[in-house]
Design a protein around this ligand. Sequence first.
Ligand SMILES: NC(=O)c1ccc[n+]([C@@H]2O[C@H](COP(=O)([O-])OP(=O)(O)OC[C@H]3O[C@@H](n4cnc5c(N)ncnc54)[C@H](OP(=O)(O)O)[C@@H]3O)[C@@H](O)[C@H]2O)c1
Length: 261
Amino acid sequence: MSYLTDKTIWLTGASSGIGLALARELANYDVRLILTSRREDALEEVRKSLPNSDKHQVLALDLSQPEEAMAAATKALGDTQIDILINNAGVSQRSLILDTDLKVYRQLMEIDYFGVVALTKLVLPSMVARQSGHIVTVSSVAGKIGTKLRSGYSGAKYAVLGFMDSLRAEVAADKISCTSILPGFINTPVAHNSLTGDGSALGEPDQDNASGMSAEDCAKAIVKAITARKDEVVVGKGLSKLAPLIQRISPSYVRRMIAKL
Ligand SMILES: NC(=O)c1ccc[n+]([C@@H]2O[C@H](COP(=O)([O-])OP(=O)(O)OC[C@H]3O[C@@H](n4cnc5c(N)ncnc54)[C@H](OP(=O)(O)O)[C@@H]3O)[C@@H](O)[C@H]2O)c1
């Protein structure tokens, strides 16, 4: 019997990339999945493709509107008890600070930070009452190291790590686990979907992501981290995995290197 057996798992960002691979990996266990993102039709395709598809459900939400998403989810979920929430949905950025509208910073914070806070607040009271539960949030190596073209994304991913650290401390006595995942470069459509300075999507892939770890290997590593109830795990390969460690040893070296890139 696995830690995951018979758990109800709410997974966001399940229509693409890491979330899609996670849905497929988690469905190998005896779990009930609630699959969330904006695109209901894409989520329904994912659900139907999974083993035991009838056990799983789709809940379309737009996390750029966290209050509305919370209200819609509260209504849709009713008394459903969530055992594990995986905050994976997210949007990246490819634009210089000088070229980026303030509204783009707000949008990145809404999805990558407030979306996480909203769904966590939604499931937490029941987890505390049951003295059981697990909150998982997919941040990024960009949540430890700021690089060019990702100022808003990095800000949101740093913020979400701080939120998770505070959450872990607050619920430690309530037997609730909190896991932060920091992927390096993973081969998904994340660059294609990244926001540019005016808020439009970049619409093209990016070599760093294309040569990164596969989404399937990333999903396996995330499931391993969840099962082991780790606090924080970096997932990836090559320099993008090693960067947080190098930064701890020599922050000034990493800063100099990034400025030259
Ligand atoms: N790939 C990487 O190299 C990498 C590295 C570090 C961290 N990450 C993080 O990993 C997570 C997954 O990213 P990915 O690489 O799998 O990217 P992806 O393929 O672009 O997937 C992003 C997911 O988020 C959902 N999403 C986007 N905006 C949303 C919104 N407003 N409301 C609800 N759902 C929304 C998308 O679904 P819909 O379009 O259907 O809404 C999609 O399912 C993100 O948090 C990302 O920041 C990725």
